[in-house]
Design a protein around this ligand. Sequence first.
Ligand code: MN
Length: 480
Amino acid sequence: MNTLTLTDLLNKIKEYNPDEVDIIKKAYDYADNLHKGQMRQSGDAYITHPLNVAYILADMHADRDTVCAGLLHDTLEDTDITKEDIRIVFNNEIAELVDGVTKLSKMNFSSKHDQNMANTRKIITGITSDVRIIIIKLADRLHNMRTLEFKSEFKQKENSLETMEIFVPLAYYIGAYRIKSELEDLSFKYLKPDVYKKIEEKKFKIEEENNEMLREMLIKIHTMLNDKSIPNEIKIRTKNIYGIYKRLSEGHKISDIHDLLALKIMVDEVDNCYRTLGLVHSLYNPVNSKFKDYICNPKTNMYSSLHTTVFSREGKLVQTQIRTFDLDKIASFGLTAYWDIEKGNARDVMQNELKDKYQFFKSLSELNIMFKDNQEFVEQVKSEIFSDRVYVYTLNGDVYELPKGATPIDLAYKISDTIGNTMIGVYINDEYKELDTVLKNKDRVRIITDDLSYGPGDDWYDKAVTSLAKRKIKEYSIKK
Ligand code: MN
């Protein structure tokens, strides 16, 4: 039974935003009053749901308006009030956020399927106007998934599948790993209960068996860093259940998963991350092929950290993840970490970062323009963005993210129209290749261009995989 109370929420708010307690209490009272008499299937009063959603947001140190919108997020859909009412009682921002989160259930669609597609599209594109809408939606989904046991088996499967297909990728793309991992495990539990249980038991056993060894390593590294006057904090973590499942289904043995057991080492500044790396290697032998510098080369969701897998004294593989305290916030919370790092400016910083640095944002905006039909849009997003990805390097070390199956033609247009339109050849890992070669993870790609080229070839349209490249090729042929 859920026992979270308003006092818990207000205490959480007091930790980071003590001046805003009153308005948050007001939003709670307002929502509580509107949802009076409504119950959840668990038997709890309905207000427990928005309260929990607000708490998840407050736990991420969300700004005042976001927490209020979390409390009010179901009022437009489930009660008689309007967006205008919220604007008058609270403010414009909160009204816009609640409106953004509200499902389209009151609109008229010819079928449930059409409605779902429109819904999904709204969820996905919500991010382009204000990323906070997606974050509220993620918190909403997280609490619904946590309380899914009270729904029918059909609903459980349906929601879990949708969570895996839509919400997990969204959480991943904004870098909110904590939410992503929890959503994955919750969905997996309902989708494959037997497998989930088996892996869960194995995971507990492995944690128990290795706890002492990991503690010992932690203390050793901690002591060493203290000796060198590097401020630090170290935590033990194990991979989430779904993550383990994925590795196992790729054919790995559980003992070979190089990041099953990990130590997260946080230090004060970036320079010290590299010093720490050297120190860790002086204590434990590294597995050379498993070193990654995501500080110089962040993932496309801005995850930044040094990864090195080492052999413990017992010969077990232990991954160490080394990053600064600030980078750790980004590693756990993604974009939402800016609530903490930037305080009052967070909203704008988040939106700008998203536009400038997160590759999926551009792809999403493109697809949103190109596909009028909701179903086509959702299908394209699933196959181009939310599907398996490959990551390739260009010669200057830039990383590009493409859907599996993509070719150099897709890459060229992703870099720029001009590069696409003037491409005449390609080297992949220093070998001259055909333009329709399927790119693989970590390929180094050099695109040869010629300003005098005749433009995209007649067969390029079919060789391209992404909608972006196809559209550019079509546009070029129309202009010609
Ligand atoms: Mn809700």
